[in-house]
Design a protein around this ligand. Structure first.
Ligand code: NDP
Ligand code: X2W
Length: 345
């Protein structure tokens, strides 16, 4: 099967190449770049030495891409995918890594991202690619809106509680730390190691753009309004998201009962793991892998439920989950190409 990547020279695009070069069913077709078009990939990304040595980044040619591909991943900043998807769909399936089709309410999308929704007719058709929750729709989808990295982290951690009405939705505090690659490869000076190394800071605490996406998906499962408090923070590390989530319990419970609930809820899920009691997620254990690690506890003293969650923003938070979705769309084993573990040490 032929796969093209638009924006292959960015972080999600290069992560897709890293996964797909070892995928037994995939042949990489067009790997487009803007500033690096015409350049040899392995000369700019040494991880591809020995793998993609003869491949070059090419300029984007949608007509040619339509002819030469079965599926196209769009790895561009938001705002670009709407017109592109309109042109591609009908000839190929599309997986959009950005936010253009994630938010079903057009006004909310336009207000959050400060761009016009140029393809409103595609918004309903797009399937939100949170794999564990939309499997059947994804299998039949032509267009996937791949979720945001923080959104994936929050939703995987919170869904069991919200679906079972175990928390007051308005009490949710989502305190999340992310590695720098979340900002993309062309990020500005604030994201240089010299600025962030041995440091730590909050950004955008009053209205991060993933909030509407998270609330949309949580409200799908609950009649209560959700008003999530989300504080994103930048960690001086290259990749990974670690979140601590707090919410008021709506009834008396116990750590043991919550643990059993999560185990049942995610039973059979290859990439979602409820850690043994007493173990906590850590970033290194998930970096480079498509896994999400969760721990859950009930604080008897405060009557709050605590969930701790970690994943790799470029894997389960982006390109790994996108490949999981591609596998479903083409009837491959869902975990094909995604078998790698995290790192040790
Ligand atoms: N990074 C992450 O952790 C996650 C990112 N996403 C989303 O995925 C998408 C891609 O993100 P990411 O890979 O991090 O971004 P990067 O900044 O790393 O890469 C963006 C890519 O798009 C190209 N590009 C940028 N602007 C234009 C333009 N105007 N026209 C054509 N090409 C352009 C860049 O080319 P050039 O290098 O020449 O500028 C590069 O190839 C975004 O929508 C992002 O929000 C989703 C989940 C997680
Ligand atoms: C560190 C950093 O800046 N991270 C990004 C999250 C990247 C992501 O998931 O992005 P999209 O929703 O844009 O696809 C942010 O906070 O906006």
């Amino acid at each position: 099967m032929k796969v093209s990547i638009i924006g292959a020279s960015g972080y999600t695009g290069s992560e897709l190449m890293r996964i797909l070069m070892n995928h037994p069913q995939v042949e990489l077709a067009h790997l487009t770049a803007r500033s690096l078009a015409g350049e040899i990939i392995a000369e700019h990304f040494p991880i591809f030495t020995g793998y993609l040595e003869n491949k070059t980044f090419v300029e984007m040619d949608l007509d040619q891409i339509k002819k030469d591909s079965d599926v196209v991943f769009i790895c561009l900043p938001h705002g670009h995918s709407m017109s592109m998807a309109k042109e591609l769909l009908g000839s190929v399936k599309v997986i959009d890594m950005g936010a253009d089709f994630r938010i079903k309410d057009i006004n909310t999308y336009e207000k959050t991202y400060q761009v016009d929704q140029l393809a409103p007719e595609l918004v309903d058709q797009a399937v939100y690619g949170l794999t564990e929750f939309y499997r059947e729709d994804i299998q039949n989808a032509e267009l996937i809106a791949n979720p945001g990295c923080f959104s994936t982290n929050a939703l995987l951690a919170l869904m069991p509680l919200v679906k079972n009405n175990l928390i007051d939705p308005q009490s949710i505090i989502f305190d999340a730390k992310t590695g720098i690659s979340g900002a993309g490869r062309s990020a500005n000076v604030d994201n240089l190691l010299a600025e962030l190394g041995n440091s730590f800071k909050v950004y955008n605490p009053l209205g991060h753009r993933h909030i509407p996406e998270i609330e949309q998906e949580l409200n799908f499962q609950s009649s209560d309004p959700t008003m999530i408090q989300f504080t994103p923070q930048l960690l001086p590390t290259e990749r990974g998201i670690y979140s601590s989530i707090y919410a008021n319990a709506s009834q008396e419970t116990s750590t043991e009962a919550l643990h059993d609930l999560y185990k049942d809820f995610y039973a059979g899920e290859k990439f979602i793991h409820i850690l043994a009691p007493g173990q906590f997620p850590n970033l290194k254990a998930v970096k480079g892998s498509n896994h999400c690690h969760l721990q859950i506890q009930f604080d008897e003293r405060t009557k709050r439920i605590l969930v701790f969650s970690s994943l790799d923003n470029l894997m389960k938070g982006a390109s790994g989950q996108a490949v999981q979705n591609m596998n479903l769309m083409f009837n491959f084993e869902e975990s094909l190409g995604l078998e790698s573990s995290g790192l040790m040490p």
